[in-house]
Design a protein around this ligand. Structure first.
Ligand SMILES: [Zn+2]
Length: 62
């Protein structure tokens, strides 16, 4: 399964239907999340981590 597919599963399991994908970036409520593999090995970990993409915000602060 691809990371993107896992991320989609994670979001849907959380009951969120208001999301979209922009290439490999997940967009929820106007916030962009980079999809990363998670290798923490914790039980119940779905192997995917969503990191808030701060690039747009950093650009505003410059
Ligand atoms: Zn993990």
């Amino acid at each position: 399964m691809t990371l993107k597919a896992r991320a989609q599963e994670k979001v849907e399991r959380a009951g969120i239907s208001n999301y979209s994908f922009d290439q490999d970036v997940l967009v929820m409520c106007g916030v962009r999340y980079t999809i990363e593999a998670c290798e923490c090995g914790e039980p119940g970990c779905d192997g995917v981590r969503l990191r808030k993409n701060m690039t747009a915000m950093a650009r505003v602060l410059q």
